[in-house]
Design a protein around this ligand. Sequence first.
Ligand code: NAD
Ligand code: WQD
Length: 345
Amino acid sequence: MQSKGKVIVTGGAGYIGSHTVVDLQTAGYSVVILDDLSNSDIQVLEGIKGITGIRPEFYQIDICNTDGLAEVLMDHSDAIGVIHFAAYKAVGESVEMPLRYYTNNVGGLISLMEVMRAIEMDNLIFSSSCTVYGQPEMLPVTEDAPVQSAQSPYGNTKQICEEIIQDVITAGYFKGAISLRYFNPVGADLSALIGELPLGVPNNLMPFITQTAAGLRDEIKVFGGDYNTPDGTAIRDYIHVSDLAEAHRVALERLIHKRQSSAFEYYNIGTGKGTSVLEVIHAVERVSGQKLNYRIVDRRSGDVEQVWADTTKANRVLGWMAKRSLDEMAESAWHWEKKRVESRG
Ligand code: NAD
Ligand code: WQD
């Protein structure tokens, strides 16, 4: 099959990136991954090949290395766009090591945009986060909600990066960029050949639950049981990573076909449904057929009480909608966990 075009994916060996590469390749695009493997494993490429039959072209490179990046991208100056995932993402670590986060997340974007500008490569999709909204006054949260003062250096890097892209677009360096504000990505490809690879003790809820179901952890600590929510636990908008992956392709196609109404657009990417911590635990209980040990403890500092997306804009303008249910998210996450445990023996 003839390629629909070449897409550069920074951070394409990571969790969301690898699922997006699968989606792009399945849709007929060819992909070049740029990743320094700082939070991923080269084996991910085999997983992608196992699903799509194609091993994407791969460069192990730190995108902050502007000269090296220019060399690579010059060889691929025919690319139709860039999807930029490469960044560090641990909120707690960013509080302890702010410079590391600003250098990599903000420095990486600047380096990428400098090279894209120099070689006249257009069309940028940026990985942003619902963290920019903090605790919104109105729910579900729309893209018009004010960006709130960031709770962490990590969250601040997302806000700063969006501002930088806006300024660069205003200056006329690029014609098109889209920022996707993800809510809470969970789950894995149905094949269980790729998935999330948390280092050490997971900070995020879903991997912590599936590790508990797999017997790797004794109990799940539920952070806060006294929130003003129906069951007292915090509410988020969990989205299947494969639905999220598809949103990137759809957004990129909007840029390629010059359908934007403004040069820089923002979209919420979630399901539009709020789910409590206990509901996520119960979903994993259903799909794994086990009762899980959990205990309600104090709230985690910096957590918002509840947030879920108004996805009307993405639904109407991008023509994209999340399709997979909470049980599909839990089941795919559980399959991936079991497979990892089995492979470790
Ligand atoms: P991930 O850590 O699995 O993937 C990021 C990838 O980028 C990794 O493979 C890592 O090795 C690579 N990388 C990091 N710095 C790099 C650099 N300087 N040069 C080259 N490669 C580099 O994370 P993810 O969950 O797939 O997240 C992808 C993007 O989405 C990130 O920008 C993250 O901030 C954003 N995001 C993630 C979530 C989430 O909950 N996972 C939510 C909102 C936004
Ligand atoms: C979800 C809910 C916890 C673990 C983070 C980042 C955000 C974005 C997504 C990147 C919360 C509760 C968790 C546990 C628990 N990442 N929880 N016990 O905090 O919504 O968002 O990841 O951009 O920026 O902040 O996700 O999965 O950590 O937590 O009770 O062991 O589960 O308190 O209510 P969060 P999470």
